[in-house]
Design a protein around this ligand. Structure first.
Ligand code: ADP
Ligand code: MG
Length: 314
């Protein structure tokens, strides 16, 4: 029997820890720790596709472009997404390959610059909600708006003004066949980083759009479209809780899509954090996936073997 295919979605803490400024050395050190957990799975024979977030990294990239705009022209958001897929993929490729080599394993790691097709009529395009990039004062915000009239800037929870972009629902992973074929050739694949580069397709012509796709929702599309057996979302908490943040908080260890939907509708999972993880997990199982797991990064092996995390199956 072929070894099971697992898609792993890494949360922000796999690359950057709370309180860190985000130097390359800090990020690489975190990635080196993260890949030891992934190597444990590869050693057990699982075939792995890795995806990851890019929130803080693309924020820094936008800041760099903004700060240097009088010297070099800034890149659009889709190109910034590609930049971060590249450098984060590089860190994972190098750190994981070093770890596999140390364990005398004949396995190689490859990153795929991944585009994700979104619907150009997605309602998100007429209601941008996702804050990206630097904070501005009111005066700065007005000046940016004058320079680039098409961008939308909103007040962000009393912390200043920030650009907001649409967050459309991911539909199709454009590079799905390439990813599957690399996996079948024996590679460990890094793909769909930062939720992928959003593109729209009209009459067969693809074009990048200034938007951000949620990495957990894109991870589900990736897992479903390559036919993964399991989809595991790693984050900085042990799983999904009911009454999270109260003294009654209780970890959901095993659940079904129906039960999970009911808990979702009761408002237990916060929008923008646990909400999209649970939605992604539900979609995976409802699209025919065997099991979706939400777990803590440090507990990856325990989670996959059923001893930790939130497990959702039919
Ligand atoms: P990641 O970078 O891993 O996507 P997020 O911050 O987006 O991290 O999501 C994880 C966070 O979700 C947790 O740190 C926790 O604060 C928050 N959260 C909100 N609701 C819940 C819940 N019901 N159960 C567990 N965590 C929750
Ligand atoms: Mg998140």
């Amino acid at each position: 029997m072929e070894a099971p295919v697992i898609v792993i979605a890494l949360g922000g803490n796999a690359i950057l820890q709370r309180g860190e400024r985000g130097s390359f050395a800090e990020q690489y050190r975190n990635v080196r720790n993260t890949v030891t957990k992934i190597a444990d799975l590869i050693e057990r024979g699982y075939r792995i596709v890795i995806t990851h977030g890019n929130g803080p990294q693309v924020g820094s990239t936008l800041l760099r472009h903004e700060a240097a705009k009088n010297i070099v022209p800034p890149l659009p958001l889709d190109a910034c997404g590609a930049e971060t897929q590249g450098f984060i993929g590089y860190m994972i490729q190098q750190a994981l390959r070093n770890e596999l080599k140390k364990r005398k394993m004949d396995k190689y790691v490859i990153t795929v610059v991944t585009r994700v097709i979104v619907d150009k009529n997605d309602p998100a395009f007429s209601n941008p909600t996702k804050p990206v990039g630097p904070f501005y004062t009111k005066a700065e915000a007005e000046k940016v708006k004058e320079e680039i009239p098409q961008i939308v800037i909103k007040e962000d929870a009393g912390r200043g003004y920030r650009r907001v972009v649409p967050s459309p629902d991911p539909k199709i992973i454009a590079e799905r066949y390439a990813i599957r074929s690399l996996l079948d050739s024996g590679f460990v694949v890094v793909a769909c980083g930062g939720g992928g580069i959003p593109i729209t397709e009209e009459e067969g012509y693809a074009e990048g759009v200034e938007a951000v796709i949620d990495k957990d929702l894109a991870g589900e599309r990736l897992a479903t479209l390559i036919g993964a057996n399991k989809f595991i979302i790693l984050t900085d908490v042990p799983g999904a809780y009911v009454d999270y943040g109260t003294s009654n908080a209780r970890l959901i260890t095993h659940s079904t899509p129906d039960e999970m939907k009911k808990i979702f509708d009761e408002g237990h999972f916060k929008e923008g954090s646990m909400g999209p993880k649970v939605t992604a997990a539900l979609r995976f199982v409802e699209s025919g996936g065997e099991e979706a797991i939400i777990a803590e990064l440090d507990k990856l092996v325990d989670a996959l073997e059923g001893r930790s995390g939130t497990h959702i199956r039919r």
